[in-house]
Design a binder for this molecule. Structure first.
Ligand SMILES: Cc1cc2nc3c(=O)[nH]c(=O)nc-3n(C[C@H](O)[C@H](O)[C@H](O)COP(=O)(O)OP(=O)(O)OC[C@H]3O[C@@H](n4cnc5c(N)ncnc54)[C@H](O)[C@@H]3O)c2cc1C
Length: 421
């Protein structure tokens, strides 16, 4: 693992990036590319790289580097570039507070408490996993109930197995990856139980992690009770109806010592709330313009803190744009303001960015509410594209060209996905 240079901390930087995961690293590089001089990236962990260090499986970088890398390899490649570009990296340091004048309060074991000013700030704090409390599973509170990402950290970074007989609740990607990982470590994975009628992870993970290892997937089924005093002894699972209500008459017990939760990620927005950024009620992350600038002038955001991504490659792409925005902000080369608001319509949960401009190309990321085969995505009447299928777990990315947008004269563009005959 590459370690950063010792940093001589200044009181002021052109751009300060909060979070040194894939989003933070790409943003710092974007800011450098756009001409920002003094750039600081702060991360609370011992090393920058974010969640990638614990993702030791392959499948990263297919879009960005056109080769298949593991999480640590992907992190390493970015970190090398960050260091080559003389970006100050401050690790083991927690950004505790930010004000609207862009002053940050940073707490660090080695450097104490510092107030640092940034001319522009990029928020890249990532996301955290939803826990048992978020879905209120009835039962006792024994040990052995943990999130899939925590189990991933135990197994891949610390060499501990979380248990011997495991039930996985939720079919998010981290749960699917951990079903395979634990099986390879000799743990018995009894099955993955998903309350929705469709999986919540990528199809490639269902095939490579469940089908290839004969791990059963139970759709429309959930855990209705956890049993055990000190340690999990069993869980009760039951099928649900189309209103997601469990049918307890068909419930059954599964003896196990561990239950992993893979029930979604929540953007880490404590700082965003402190500065009172305008948040999107659906993504729960900050609303952003096409340069990834938030509702506060000079504060940008990117990566999982804005919306939860399925592939890290898209995180890097989006975050480079945020960094470019921050760099252009401090060098006085801001782009014209956006003039179109994207409004999620039929079968669209959200769009990021929330606004775009007619003067340049944009990549819009969106998610759908329900799966659909053979469908068409419409941006008002100005753009449409046929898709073979859409799936809530897979982010849809659409490139919009200025010549298409210039044909539009309104200020809101309805985005919808419709089934084709
Ligand atoms: C457990 C887990 C496993 C995953 N596995 C995969 C996978 O296998 N494949 C895949 O493509 N995607 C995976 N993802 C999705 C992954 O989150 C994204 O692809 C990507 O890592 C998001 O990048 P990010 O930089 O936005 O967030 P992160 O990688 O989470 O990085 C955020 C960084 O910000 C730091 N930070 C947060 N708050 C502060 C603060 N106040 N002060 C200082 N530092 C702070 C954190 O310590 C962290 O290092 C996984 C996500 C999780 C949570």
């Amino acid at each position: 693992m590459l370690t950063e240079h010792p940093v001589h901390l200044n009181d002021h930087y052109d751009v300060v990036v909060v979070g040194g995961g894939p989003a933070g690293m790409a943003a710092a590089l974007g800011a450098r590319e756009a001409g920002a001089d003094h750039i600081l990236m702060v991360d609370r962990e011992k090393d920058a790289g974010g969640i990638l260090w614990q993702c030791i499986h392959n499948g990263f970088g297919l879009h960005h580097f056109k080769e298949e890398l593991t999480g640590p390899e992907y992190a390493q490649r970015y970190l090398e570039q960050v260091i080559d570009h003389n970006i100050d990296v401050l690790t083991d340091s927690y950004v505790y507070d930010i004000d609207r004048d862009k002053n940050l309060l940073v707490m660090s074991g080695s450097k104490g408490i510092h107030r640092i000013g940034g001319r522009a700030i990029v928020l890249a704090m990532g996301a955290r996993e939803r826990t048992r409390g978020a879905i209120r599973i009835p039962g006792t509170r024994p040990s052995g109930v943990l999130t899939a990402g925590l189990a991933q950290k135990f197994v891949n970074m610390q060499g501990y197995l979380p248990g011997r007989r495991v039930v996985i609740l939720g079919s998010g990607d981290i749960g699917l990856i951990m079903a395979r990982r634990l099986t390879l470590e000799g743990v018995e994975v009894i099955g993955v139980f998903e309350i929705m009628p469709h999986v919540n992870g990528l199809n490639r993970n269902v095939v490579q992690c469940l089908h290839d290892f004969d791990i059963p997937l139970h759709l429309s089924t959930t855990v209705v009770e956890i049993h055990g005093r000190d340690r999990v002894e069993k869980v009760t699972v039951a099928p649900v109806d189309d209103q997601l209500r469990p049918d307890l008459s068909k419930a059954w017990d599964i003896p196990c010592d561990t239950m992993l939760l893979s029930i979604g990620l929540i953007p880490e927005n404590e700082l965003s709330r402190r500065i009172k950024l305008r948040l999107d009620p659906v993504t729960t992350g900050p609303q952003v313009a096409s340069t990834m600038e938030t509702s506060v002038d000079g504060i940008f955001a990117c990566g999982n803190v804005v919306h939860v991504h399925d592939l890290v490659d898209f995180v890097s792409q989006e975050s480079e744009l945020a960094g470019t925005g921050a760099g252009e902000y401090v060098t006085g080369h801001r782009r014209p303001a956006d003039n179109i608001r994207l409004v999620p319509g039929d079968n669209v949960t959200y769009c990021v960015p929330q606004t775009i401009s007619t003067d340049r190309e944009h990549t819009v990321y969106l998610r759908v509410r329900h799966p659909e085969r053979k469908c068409t995505i419409h941006f008002g009447d100005v753009y449409r594209r046929k898709l073979a299928y859409v799936f809530p777990a897979e982010m849809v990315t659409v490139k919009l060209q200025p010549r298409v947008l210039q044909a539009f004269h309104g200020d809101t563009l309805n985005v919808r996905v419709e089934a084709r005959e």
